[in-house]
Write a protein that binds this ligand. Structure first.
Ligand code: SF4
Ligand code: SF4
Length: 383
C-alpha cells in the first residue's frame, strides 16, 4: 500500500507564499477528495489564546489558504473551529489573539468553537484504551473535514500533529481520562481511540514555523519551512517526525500505536513523498521534546517512565493565580485556589501522575516542567 504526502516549501507567512505552498502541497498529495458537500469543517489547532508568532496555534494564513482550497474544490461553506476546552471561556480573546478572524474574513468562511453544539457519545467498537469517548457533535456531523494541525513538540506524546490534533475534538472529561492513563502507551492508544471515531478526509499541516522544545504550549518557535498535505494522518505525521529529526518515527509511541492498528504506513517505503527528498527534510538541530523515553531501549521504557521524571514545578514570580492548573488536573492533584492573597497553587506529589496538563495550559509559563537529574543527564548525553 502506498500513502502519498505532498510537500511544499514555504519560507514565511506572507499571504501569497502560503496560498501557493498550500495549493502545491495539496496538489502533490493528489488533491482533496471529491465531495459534494455544502458544508466543510476545518479542525484547527487553537490550543490557547496565543499570538500566531508563538507557534502554539495553526497560523491564520494557513487556515485561510486551506479554506480557499476547499472552496476551489467544492464551493463549500467552510467553518474553522477548535475546542480549546472549558478553561478558556473568553472566546473573543481566543479569536483575537490567534488572529483567526483574519482567516474567516473570506466570503463563505466562518469560525467558532467545536463545543457549540455540545458533545455526544461516539461509536467506537475498536477502542483499546477507552470505554467511551464524548466527541464534538459538530465534528461528528461534519460531512467533510480537513484537519489543519500545527507541527509541535509535545512533552507527553513527543509530536503534536495530525493524530494528536483530532484528540482536541473530545470533551474535557474524555481528555482528562486519557491524560490519567499513567503510561505513554496507554495515552497513545487513547488518542488513537479518539482519532478512530471519525478520521478526517484530508490533512494540511502548518510546518512553516513549528514549535521545538517543551511543546505544545511553552516551547520555542522554530522555522522549519514546510507545508505538508495528505489523506493519511499517520503518513503526514511520519514525514513531520522526520522534519523534527527522528530517524525512525515509529519510535514515537503515538505513531507506533496508529501503525499497529493498520491506520497507515508501517515503513518509510510505503510513503510516496512528492515535492521533496527524504534527506532534505530534517531540520538541523531541531530540539525535540524531553526525549528520555526515546533514549532508552524499548524493554526499559516502562521503568524509564517512573525513574526518569519530568514533573511540574511552580515559578511563583510568573503565577497570576488564575487557577487554570487546578481545573485541568485530571486527578485533582492541585487543590482549588481559595482566592486569599497569598494562595498559590501547590502540587500534591503523591497524587500527581505527571501528565503535565498544568504546564501545558498555564497561560504564563509559571508551571514549569522540571526534569530530574537522570532526565537531565540523558538529555545532555543525547544532545
Ligand atoms: S501556575 Fe499558571 S495556571 Fe496555575 S494559577 Fe499560576 S498562572 Fe494560573
Ligand atoms: S499536577 Fe499537573 S502534572 Fe500532576 S497530574 Fe495534575 S495536571 Fe498532571
Amino acid at each position: 500500500m502506498s500513502f502519498t504526502v505532498g510537500v511544499a516549501r514555504c519560507g514565511d507567512y506572507g499571504a501569497e507564499n502560503v496560498s501557493r505552498a498550500v495549493a502545491e502541497a495539496v496538489e502533490r498529495a493528489g488533491g482533496m477528495p471529491e465531495t459534494a458537500c455544502e458544508d466543510a469543517l476545518v479542525k484547527a489547532n487553537l490550543l490557547s489564546p496565543a499570538e500566531p508568532e508563538r507557534a502554539v496555534t495553526t497560523h491564520p494564513e494557513v487556515l485561510r489558504a486551506v479554506a480557499m482550497e476547499i472552496q476551489k474544490k467544492c464551493g463549500a461553506r467552510v467553518h474553522i473551529a477548535d475546542n480549546p476546552g472549558f478553561i478558556f471561556t473568553d472566546t473573543a480573546e481566543l479569536f483575537k489573539k490567534t488572529k483567526i478572524d483574519a482567516a474567516a474574513a473570506l466570503d463563505g468562511v466562518s469560525r467558532g468553537l467545536l463545543a457549540d453544539r455540545g458533545f455526544r457519545e461516539a461509536e467506537g467498537g475498536g477502542f483499546k484504551a477507552l470505554a467511551g469517548a464524548r466527541v464534538s457533535a459538530r465534528y461528528l456531523d461534519a460531512a467533510f473535514c480537513v484537519n489543519a494541525p500545527k507541527l509541535k513538540t509535545h512533552l507527553e506524546t513527543e509530536i503534536s500533529g495530525c493524530l494528536k490534533n483530532i484528540f482536541g475534538t473530545a470533551d474535557t472529561a474524555t481528555r482528562k481520562k486519557c491524560h490519567n492513563s499513567r503510561s505513554r502507551k496507554r495515552l497513545a492508544d487513547a488518542i488513537v481511540d479518539v482519532y478512530s471515531v471519525k478520521p478526517p478526509q484530508f490533512h494540511v499541516m502548518d510546518a512553516i514555523e513549528s514549535m521545538e522544545g517543551d511543546g505544545p504550549s511553552h516551547g520555542l518557535p522554530r522555522k522549519t519551512g514546510f507545508v505538508l498535505a495528505g489523506a493519511n494522518a499517520l503518513a503526514v505525521d511520519w514525514v513531520a517526525a522526520v522534519i523534527m529529526g527522528y530517524d525512525n518515527p515509529p519510535d514515537i509511541p503515538l505513531l507506533a500505536a496508529a501503525a499497529a492498528r493498520g491506520m497507515g504506513p508501517v515503513s518509510r517505503g510505503e510513503i510516496s513523498l512528492v515535492g521533496a527528498e527524504w534527506d532534505e527534510l530534517p531540520v538541523k538541530g531541531f530540539k525535540k521534546s524531553s526525549g528520555y523515553v526515546r533514549a532508552l531501549p524499548v524493554f526499559l521504557r516502562g521503568v524509564g517512565y517512573r525513574l526518569v521524571s519530568v514533573a511540574p514545578r511552580l515559578d511563583p514570580d510568573k503565577c497570576v493565580r488564575c487557577g487554570i492548573c487546578a481545573r485541568v488536573c485530571p486527578v485533582n492533584a492541585i487543590p482549588p485556589l481559595t482566592g486569599a492573597g497569598d494562595d498559590f497553587p501547590s502540587v500534591e506529589r503523591e497524587k500527581c501522575v505527571r501528565c503535565l496538563c498544568c504546564h501545558e495550559m498555564c497561560p504564563t509559563g509559571a508551571m514549569t516542567a522540571r526534569k530530574n537529574l537522570l532526565a537531565r543527564l540523558i538529555e545532555r548525553s543525547r544532545a
